[in-house]
Design a protein around this ligand. Structure first.
Ligand code: ADP
Ligand code: TPW
Length: 579
């Protein structure tokens, strides 16, 4: 054909290449480095999932939207890219909403994209298929919510969603895409030109020099300083700076559960094994990406040594309104953790005086005592496997495989795993987070395996596992290297409750006795193991790690072991009344 340019004729104009809404959404995501989508197909997004796959996106399809949403949230936490969850309208959207709210609560960046019904019909409440005003419902549960009505606005909609999820304090964003949008078409050149590649979506936020000085002055004057690392510090991916801060200042540190492994839990300056002592006794506490919420007793009361002298806080956080949310913060340091810690490090040279030996010595003494007590407990091998004898095995497995990601939920299963299983590398522990929510297990496990390619070990209470158990099919379908260990003690917390009414029904906390969760995994072609001893558990874990095959170990735990609600029994209103 001749390459001579000629004026465009009317018929040529009619056949000028067009692009539709489906394609624009896909290209907008790809342009911004999104390579994986977690979701569940159905009207109006079935074709979107197919076309995404055709265009090279990895589409991980779940059995329930909540788990796709949890996967997106975990992917966001692990990668600093917003995790994408894609659902159908009303019920699918609602199923994804818990995960969106949970992601926002945990400061994980994710975008819930849901198809929706026709605006004209929804707004007049005329009864459309899966009718719901999704945008209005999502708004109070996330950082931002947007709706795109026209194909030419898809680029802006996706860009705004990405920027909202990642900038400042990360969180969940809702993006509403009505069914009609996907079929709209426009000129392909104009359509592609309307897409936006977001530049610098999480801009560095440099702390003010006077705020840095204020923090340093306070830290310098401390007699019993403590650094408290939260999951914001893990998210920030400035691991070397955080390690340097701890090691150069010589200040003991406590990691919150998902900050475990930022420095290895075996680090000499870890104060985890003397937690209550340091919280009570510290005079200056520097919070790094951790909020003084219920998990830290709101920064006050007995836990913090009420009445034992003044305690002052330095708080590094990207959110300027976090400071003073519970107690007065003497030195707020607002900025991103990488920039704040680097700014502090600029003033911490060889002349920095390390904390008094009296303080570090007292911590070391308590640590030694508590660690040898723990070693004694772990060495016991009771006739029926309990949390400790099972977790002694998991502890060794993680020590031998420090790159593996541990997912953890339950009550006693959570508390014991957190304190017994040491972590050695950053962002290797994913758990129930700020809400203490059950149901994150399989979603988090799938995401961890998909985005990192590493082995995943999910330590699950039997109740906790039930919330997302059907996703073992998803794990098998994508052949993911996930080993689920169900700590099976026959119920919520434990399996020994009785029906107070004396009727035939079991107590509300009791499950079918001696259930074989391992068979669920076998039903889908994975490996199932029934383990009643630490030796059997050890063998099964080793095989799962070596093979990378989807595995579920039904670890039978003494049904009398554990306590109601684990370590937070006191939050139960009835327990409080009994006191
Ligand atoms: P934990 O539960 O581990 O104590 P929280 O979820 O309570 O941690 O706190 C995390 C904090 O980290 C939030 O206040 C959030 O604003 C902050 N944060 C998240 N990412 C960053 C970042 N990159 N820089 C600074 N602060 C951050
Ligand atoms: C969404 C309440 C907290 S812990 C838990 C429940 C139901 C399960 C504890 O039993 P499990 O663990 O998993 O067998 P263990 O080790 O004690 O035997 N619904 C939601 N979130 C929460 N937190 C609950 C209910 C709860």
């Amino acid at each position: 054909m001749s390459a001579v340019l000629s004026p465009v004729s009317a018929s040529e104009q009619e056949t000028a290449p067009t692009i539709d809404g489906f394609q624009l959404v896909i290209e907008a995501l790809k342009l911004n480095g999104i390579d994986t989508v977690f979701g569940l197909p159905g009207i109006p997004i079935t074709d979107l999932t197919r076309k995404m796959q055709a265009e090279g996106l990895r589409v991980i399809s779940f059995r329930h939207e909540q788990h796709a949403g949890n996967a997106a949230a975990a992917a966001g936490f692990l990668t600093q890219k917003p995790g994408i969850c894609l659902t159908v309208s009303a019920p699918g959207f609602l199923n994804g909403l818990t995960a969106l709210a949970n992601a926002t609560t945990n400061c994980f960046p994710m975008i819930l994209i849901s198809g929706s019904s026709e605006r004209e019909i929804v707004d007049l409440q005329q009864g459309d298929y899966e009718e719901m005003d999704q945008l209005a419902i999502a708004k109070p549960l996330c950082k931002a919510a947007y709706r795109v009505l026209h194909a030419e606005d898809i680029g802006v909609g996706v860009a705004r969603a990405i920027r909202s999820a990642l900038s400042g304090r990360p969180g969940g964003v809702y993006l509403d895409l009505p069914a009609k949008l996907f079929a709209q078409s426009m000129d392909a050149v104009k359509g592609r030109a309307s897409l936006i590649k977001v530049v610098d979506p999480a801009p560095r936020q440099i702390p003010a020099p006077d705020a840095v000085k204020r923090a340093l002055d306070l830290l310098r004057g401390a007699k019993r300083p403590l650094i408290l690392l939260g999951k914001g510090a893990a998210y920030a991916q400035c691991d070397a700076e955080i390690r340097a801060l701890v090691e150069k200042t010589g200040i003991p540190y406590l990691p919150m559960s998902m900050a475990k492994g930022l420095l290895p839990d075996t680090h000499a300056l870890s104060a985890s094994a003397a937690r209550s002592y340091v919280l009570e006794q510290a005079d200056v506490v520097m919070l790094v990406g951790a909020r003084l919420n219920w998990l830290l007793s709101h920064g006050k009361g007995k836990t913090w040594g009420a009445g034992q002298g003044p305690k002052q806080f330095i708080q590094i956080d990207i959110s300027p309104i976090e400071a003073d949310s519970n107690v007065a913060i003497a030195a707020p340091l607002v900025g991103d953790i990488g920039s704040c810690v680097s700014a502090l490090l600029g003033f911490i040279g060889p002349s920095w005086s390390k904390p008094p030996a009296e303080w570090t010595g007292a911590i070391a003494e308590r640590k030694d005592k508590n660690l040898s007590k723990m070693a004694e407990t772990l060495a016991k091998n009771p006739p029926t496997m309990n949390f400790h004898s099972a977790l002694a095995v998991v502890r060794n497995t993680v020590k031998a495989n420090p790159e593996a990601i541990v997912v953890n939920e339950g009550a006693n299963t959570l508390d014991f795993t957190r304190s017994i299983v040491d972590m050695y590398e950053p962002r290797k522990r994913l758990d129930v987070g700020t809400w203490g929510i059950m149901g994150i297990g399989m979603g988090f496990a799938v995401a961890a395996a998909v985005v990192t390619g590493k082995r995943v070990i999910a330590i699950e209470g039997d109740s906790a596992f039930g919330f997302s158990g059907m996703e073992v099919e998803t794990i098998c379908r994508y052949d993911l290297p996930v080993c689920v260990v169900v700590f099976n003690n026959n119920g919520v917390y434990k399996g020994t409750d009785v029906n107070l009414g004396g009727g035939k029904d079991v107590a509300p906390t009791v499950f079918v006795k001696n259930a074989r969760y391992d068979m669920m995994m076998m039903a889908f072609g994975g490996v199932g193991v029934h383990a009643t001893t630490p030796a059997e558990l050890d063998k099964a874990l080793k095989e799962a790690i070596a093979s990378g095959k989807p595995t579920l170990i039904n670890a039978v735990i003494d049904e009398t072991a554990g306590t109601e609600s684990g370590r937070i029994t006191s939050l139960n209103p009835t327990a409080a009344k009994k006191k």
